[in-house]
Design a protein around this ligand. Sequence first.
Ligand code: AHG
Length: 342
Amino acid sequence: MKPISLIQFLIEERRAGHINAELSLLIEVVARACKRIAVATNKGALGGVLGMAGDGALSMNVQGEAQKKLDVISNEILLEANAWGGHLAACASEEMEDPQQIPDGYPKGNHLLLFDPLDGSSNIDVNVSVGTIFSVLRCPDGVTEAKAADFLQPGTTQLAAGYVVYGPATVLVLTFGHGTHEFTLEREVGSFMLSRRNIRIPEETSEFAVNMSNQRHWQAPMQRYIGELLAGTEGPRGRDFNMRWVASMVADVHRIVTRGGVFYYPLDAKILQQGGKLRLMYEANPMAFIIEQAGGAATTGRERIMALQPTALHQRVPVFLGSRSEVEVVTRYHLDADAAQG
Ligand code: AHG
């Protein structure tokens, strides 16, 4: 069968009534911006894009995290690409405290875009996969200047979600709520080509991803669960489990979307006050949408991630996602522990 491009796929989705022209344009623009981020990422040391942002003084983002040059470059590429098309009401980013309005003089659209421009930035300088994550919401009716409160919609209302992983190949994974699909960038032509349609994540898995160095800080249900996996064939699970941790959520999620597995960033004593490590609006929600649309599950250990009512633009949550059967076990352990406590 002749391979189809992202543009052809978007036209098909419009004909099927899954998206409108404005959302189709939005995805085209984001994909084009991500191609530019891929080019910048690929240049590495030769492009002067490695290392920390800021001239001498360390540059920090709204989360209090030190910014890398590529974090700032990727954020600017996405903002600039999305300013003039007329498809957005506003956008919000991990790298900015408040939503960015569409500059005066450009038409406004009905969509809100949220993104983590360069996820896994601790991996940039060591040439390990990084990525972009994005989520699209509808701008509430009657809103002319979208504020943070207008973005605070549950993940179930997302119109689209996707990520791009800048790895050995540049790969876009996308959902509009009608399955999860993968596109691979054909560099010579400059087009994303459909490489997998309607991805299905195996229900069962023996592979987990978690930062084990945090183990001593975890809560009791997580200690119990991982203890059982590590006990392998001699333990209650009766089989061996394998572990992988890239420390780029996009890369770890892409492995799950490719061969199954689970990814966990649980609550631990060090991050109790902030509610978790990963951000709900532009990391957990879009990944949860992609995973659910591929047959997997995504919870906070207690609740479905996409059902949460967000309370802040940069809110953090615990994340448990991937192959359905394992996510159900770890979620049950949390709920059982809560019930036992009364
Ligand atoms: P950031 O957006 O700041 O690069 O965060 C990366 C996230 C996620 O991609 C990854 O899974 C996790 O942080 C890694 O955390 P640890 O450094 O604690 O392993």
